[in-house]
Design a protein around this ligand. Structure first.
Ligand code: NAD
Length: 420
C-alpha cells in the first residue's frame, strides 16, 4: 500500500519521441531538428561533502542546458535518489518548450543531484547545496542560467544557492535563482504559482469542454509544492478533492477531503497517510479513480500504455513534467480523455519565476494581486491558443502545444542564423 511509484519509461526516450512526432509535422530546414533534439551543454559533476560524522561522501550532480536560442536558460534543480542524466536531459528539453509556448524569453535547463534529501541532516543538506551551487556556477548566472526549485528542493535551498553565488561575486545577486523566500528577493505568489496555473488550466479546460466546475471531482497524485497548492486552490474554487497521495501512500474520501485540515496534518506528520476519516489507497490505484480532473503531480512516466485504458478521469491536467508516456497519449486520445499537457498546465511556476527574475533585476517588487493577475492572463491565453490550434488541426492539446513551442524556437534559431 505504501509503495512509492517507480519511473519505468526512460524520460529522455519519451521526450525524443514527442519531439520527433512534432518535428516531422513541421517543415523545418534540414539540420534544425537534429540540433533541437539534443542538449546544447551538459555538465556532470562529482563533488565531495563533509558529513556530520566527519566522513567525506561523494555526490553526483548534473546541469543540462538544452537550448539558449530564446534567452538565458531556466529550469529547476531536483534532489532525488533516482535522478539520471537522461531524466535531466528530458526535463531540460521540456523546459525549452514550456518557456517558448508561453512566450518567456528563456531557453530550457534542468539540474539534479542523486540524493534522497530526507536522509541528510540540515547541515549536510546545506553543505551539499552550497558545494553543488559552487560547481554549477561555471554555468549559472543571472544573465545566462537561472535555476529554481523542483522535486526535493525548496525556497530555503534556493536561498543557499543565492547566498553561495553572491559570496563568490562579493555582492548580493538575487536574480541568479528564483523560488527564493520573499525576504531575500523572492516573489509574492511564487510558492503556489504552479498550483494556481494548474487550477486556471483545469478551469479553462472545463469551460472549453462544457464540464461543471464547482463540484468537479479531483484526484491528485503527489502532495508536495505543486500537488498541495493545486488541491488547495481547486478546493477553494468549490471543487471536490476526493483522493491524494504522496511517496508514503494515498488517502481517499468520496465525500471530499477538507484540504486545509489535510495540509495541517501533512505539516504535523510529514505525509497525507493517516488523515482521519479516510480510506488508504495506493499510488497506483489513485490514478484509476473515476473523477473529473486527474492531476499527476509527482514524477514522470506514471500514465503508461499499461494503465491508460483503466483511467476513469475526464480530463488529465499534468502538474508533473512528463507524467504521461507517448503510448498512453495514443490510448487516451482514442478514449476521448483530454490531456492538458505539462508544458502548458504547469507553466505557472516558470511564469512567476520569470516575474521574480524581472523584479530582482529591477529592484522593484510587485503586489501579489498584480502577479496573480498577470499569471491569470498568460495562463488563460495559453490554454485558449493551444485549444484553438488543436481544434483547427484536429490534433491533441499536447501535439498543438509542442508544435507551437518547437516552431517558435526553430523560427528564432533561423532568424538568429548560424554562427559563424
Ligand atoms: P515536491 O518535492 O514538493 O513534491 C513531490 C511530491 O511527490 C511529494 O508529495 C512526494 O512525496 C511525491 N513523490 C516523490 N517521489 C515519489 C514516489 N516515488 N512515489 C510517490 N510519490 C512520490 O516536488 P514539486 O515541486 O511539487 O514537483 C512535483 C512535479 O511537478 C515534478 O514533476 C516537477 O518537475 C513538477 N513541476 C514543479 C514545479 C515547481 O514549481 N516546483 C513547476 C512545474 C512542474
Amino acid at each position: 500500500m505504501t509503495q512509492p511509484i517507480a519511473v519505468k519509461d526512460d524520460p529522455w526516450e519519451m521526450a525524443q519521441r514527442q519531439f520527433w512526432q512534432v518535428a516531422r509535422r513541421l517543415s523545418l530546414r534540414r539540420g534544425l531538428p537534429e540540433l533541437l533534439a539534443t542538449p546544447q551543454r551538459e555538465l556532470t559533476i562529482r563533488f565531495p561533502v563533509r558529513m556530520d560524522d566527519g566522513t567525506i561522501r561523494v555526490f553526483t550532480g548534473y546541469r543540462v542546458h538544452h537550448s539558449l536560442v530564446l534567452g538565458p536558460t531556466k529550469g529547476g534543480i531536483r534532489y532525488h535518489q533516482d535522478v539520471t542524466l537522461n531524466e535531466v536531459r528530458a526535463l531540460a528539453m521540456w523546459m525549452t518548450w514550456k518557456c517558448a509556448l508561453v512566450n518567456l524569453p528563456y531557453g530550457g535547463a534542468k539540474g539534479g543531484v542523486v540524493v534522497d534529501p530526507r536522509r541528510l541532516s540540515p547541515g549536510e543538506l546545506e553543505r551539499m547545496t552550497r558545494r553543488f551551487a559552487s560547481e554549477i556556477s561555471i554555468l549559472m548566472n543571472p544573465q545566462g542560467d537561472i535555476p529554481a526549485p523542483d522535486v526535493g528542493t525548496n525556497d530555503q535551498i534556493m536561498a543557499w544557492i543565492m547566498d553561495t553565488y553572491s559570496m563568490h561575486i562579493g555582492q548580493p545577486i538575487s536574480a541568479v535563482v528564483t523560488g527564493k523566500p520573499v525576504l531575500v528577493g523572492g516573489s509574492l505568489g511564487r510558492k503556489e504559482a504552479t498550483g494556481r496555473g494548474l487550477m486556471i488550466a483545469a478551469r479553462e479546460a472545463a469551460r472549453l469542454l462544457g464540464l461543471p466546475w464547482r463540484g468537479a471531482t479531483v484526484v491528485v497524485q503527489g502532495f508536495g509544492n505543486v500537488g498541495s497548492a493545486t488541491a488547495r486552490l481547486m478546493w477553494e474554487e468549490g471543487c471536490c478533492v476526493i483522493a491524494v497521495s504522496d511517496v508514503r501512500g494515498g488517502i481517499c474520501d468520496p465525500r471530499g477531503l477538507d484540504v486545509p485540515a489535510l495540509q495541517q496534518h501533512v505539516a504535523a506528520t510529514g505525509s497525507v497517510v493517516g488523515f482521519p476519516g479516510t480510506t488508504p489507497i495506493s499510488n497506483r490505484d489513485v490514478l484509476d479513480l473515476p473523477c473529473t480532473f486527474l492531476v499527476p503531480a509527482a514524477l514522470e512516466g506514471q500514465i503508461t500504455g499499461e494503465n491508460a485504458d483503466r483511467l476513469q478521469a475526464q480530463v488529465i491536467v499534468e502538474g508533473a513534467n512528463g507524467p504521461t508516456t507517448p503510448d498512453a497519449d495514443a490510448i487516451l486520445e482514442a478514449r476521448g480523455i483530454t490531456v492538458v499537457p505539462d508544458i502548458l498546465a504547469n507553466s505557472g511556476g516558470v511564469i512567476v519565476s520569470y516575474f521574480e527574475w524581472v523584479q530582482d533585476l529591477q529592484y522593484f517588487f510587485w503586489s501579489e494581486d498584480d502577479i496573480n493577475r498577470r499569471l491569470e492572463r498568460l495562463m488563460v491565453r495559453g490554454v485558449h491558443e493551444v485549444a484553438a490550434l488543436a481544434q483547427s488541426q484536429g490534433i491533441s492539446f499536447r501535439l498543438a502545444a509542442l508544435q507551437r513551442a518547437v516552431q517558435r524556437v526553430a523560427s528564432a534559431l533561423a532568424t538568429r542564423g548560424i554562427y559563424p
